[in-house]
Design a protein around this ligand. Structure first.
Ligand SMILES: *[C@@H]1O[C@H](CO)[C@@H](O)[C@H](O)[C@H]1NC(C)=O
Ligand SMILES: *[C@@H]1O[C@H](CO)[C@@H](O)[C@H](O)[C@H]1NC(C)=O
Ligand SMILES: *[C@@H]1O[C@H](CO)[C@@H](O)[C@H](O)[C@H]1NC(C)=O
Ligand SMILES: *[C@@H]1O[C@H](CO)[C@@H](O)[C@H](O)[C@H]1NC(C)=O
Ligand SMILES: *[C@@H]1O[C@H](CO)[C@@H](O)[C@H](O)[C@H]1NC(C)=O
Ligand SMILES: *[C@@H]1O[C@H](CO)[C@@H](O)[C@H](O)[C@H]1NC(C)=O
Length: 388
């Protein structure tokens, strides 16, 4: 912003001498900034300076000091001369915080031992574009026509300024790598134009894997900040910010996300993610390149998918677990029952076929031994899955 302002300020005023004897200057002042209205005279002795605009008194200087009790309220506390310059014949007026009502023809009248001298300054006030924002909103009111025809409205605000809003309906079809929408604003007196762009796309990654979420500024940028934010359904949280002026990166997802600074400086702000997890990293990633007079936003919907094989294994193993526990319990129960019957039979000592019961017991033993070891193997697998 500061850089942009300096540029406009450099447009300064163009001196021009009118047809007649009275010199006249044209000054373009910038809204809410300070402005100098030039006035020069041939110095000689005691000097009285009288700045007026039509019938309004803007500033009076007499006998070495300012006389402001007659000053018009509109200029109150906003004017000053350069006292140390007056002896050199410089009666220029400084006007602070210019507003659109400051426009007009100012008269600088100087009286000294050379007599009366007068000078006119035509003041124009311009308001350069302050900001440009591009955003996605839901339709409110009548929808703008299709086929990429924007509807543009100018709205007057207080202070004689206005804001401009232009709406465009998004294209219905959405290719996976998205469309880029541009909004450009040129003002009649400004040589540079402002531009905002927006892109939406979709990507998918795999659980446990790595993914690069691309983001490219459409034109090379200077003095920008790059911000990556992430949101699920909730408010976006900042992941990472890179400032091209300081070269400083602050990263809240350190170890998980990074941007290559050299690539970023040449407009490639792609985010490299690793150790992806479905539940933590599925959501919308927003890349925000913000430079003076230029902004680029890129929304990427990222879906981290769990591999089909992983899912069936995880689901299957938890099933097996339950069966294994049930079988083990059943086996124990049968073994206990058999043991109990056997003891009872031995005690009564009356002949029942011992072979059959022993077979049952062996089968139960096999189950008892086999299944728990298998299920502990599965447990290990499951933990391994979860930690990847
Ligand atoms: C200017 O100041 C001098 C001495 O300080 C005084 O004699 C004179 O009247 C003053 N002139 C005006 C216009 O106030
Ligand atoms: C008068 O002085 C001011 C303050 O030093 C300076 O900015 C301005 O350019 C000077 N004007 C002229 C015409 O010399
Ligand atoms: C706005 O300015 C840019 C660059 O100065 C130029 O390329 C573009 O054509 C202009 N657009 C309009 C609508 O004047
Ligand atoms: C970037 O900032 C530097 C230093 O403030 C300035 O000299 C340069 O003109 C700026 N570039 C742009 C494109 O604003
Ligand atoms: C983009 O970043 C700029 C500067 O940090 C900020 O002012 C702006 O609000 C951000 N825009 C969005 C949509 O997050
Ligand atoms: C993510 O992808 C899976 C499989 O392709 C799909 O079933 C799911 O609906 C997707 N989720 C989102 C939020 O797009």
């Amino acid at each position: 912003m500061a850089a942009a302002r300096t540029l406009i300020c450099a447009l300064v005023w163009i001196l021009s001498v009118a047809e007649g004897k009275v010199p006249e200057a044209r000054v373009t002042c910038l809204f809410s900034e300070d402005c100098v209205l030039p006035c020069t005279f041939k110095p000689a002795g005691q000097t009285a300076i009288h700045w007026t605009r039509q019938e309004f008194l803007v500033h009076d200087f007499l006998n070495g000091s300012d006389w402001l009790d007659q000053q018009h309220a509109h200029y109150s506390a906003r004017t000053s001369l350069f006292p140390e310059q007056i002896a050199n014949g410089n009666a220029s007026l400084q006007l602070r915080m210019c507003n659109t009502q400051d426009r007009g023809r100012y008269r600088c009248h100087v009286t000294n031992e050379n007599g009366n001298q007068e000078y006119f300054v035509i003041v124009k006030v311009e308001a350069p574009i302050r900001t440009l924002a591009l955003e996605l909103t839901r339709l409110s009111g009548p929808p703008p026509p299709d086929s990429l025809k924007p509807t543009t409205r100018k709205m007057a605000t207080q202070n004689g300024l206005y804001s401009v809003e232009s709406k465009l309906r998004k294209l219905p079809a959405k290719p996976s790598d998205g469309y880029t929408y541009f909004c450009t604003v040129n003002s009649s007196y400004d040589t540079e134009s402002w531009r905002a762009s927006l892109r939406e796309k979709e990507l998918s990654g795999e659980e446990g894997g790595a993914l690069t979420v691309p983001c490219h500024a459409p034109t090379p940028l200077e003095n920008f900040t790059l911000t990556w934010a992430f949101s699920r359904a909730d408010e976006p949280e900042d992941i990472l910010t890179f400032d091209s002026r300081t070269g400083h990166t602050s990263n809240r997802w350190a170890g998980l996300a990074r941007v290559d600074q050299n690539h970023a400086l040449s407009g490639d702000g792609s985010l490299h993610l690793q150790n992806l997890r479905n539940k933590d990293h599925t959501g919308t990633y927003t890349c925000n390149f913000s430079a003076p007079r230029s902004r680029h936003l890129e929304h990427t919907c990222v879906n981290i998918t769990v591999l089909a094989a992983d899912r069936s294994l995880t689901a299957g193993s938890s099933w097996l677990w339950v069966i294994a526990i049930l079988l083990a319990a059943l086996a124990l129960f049968i073994a206990a029952l058999v043991l109990f019957r056997k003891m009872k039979a031995e005690r009564s000592a009356v002949g029942k076929p011992a072979e059959a019961t022993e077979m049952q017991a062996v089968q139960a033993d096999e189950r008892e031994n086999g299944i728990p070891s298998e299920s502990s193997h599965l447990t290990k697998d499951q933990t391994a899955n979860e930690s990847t």
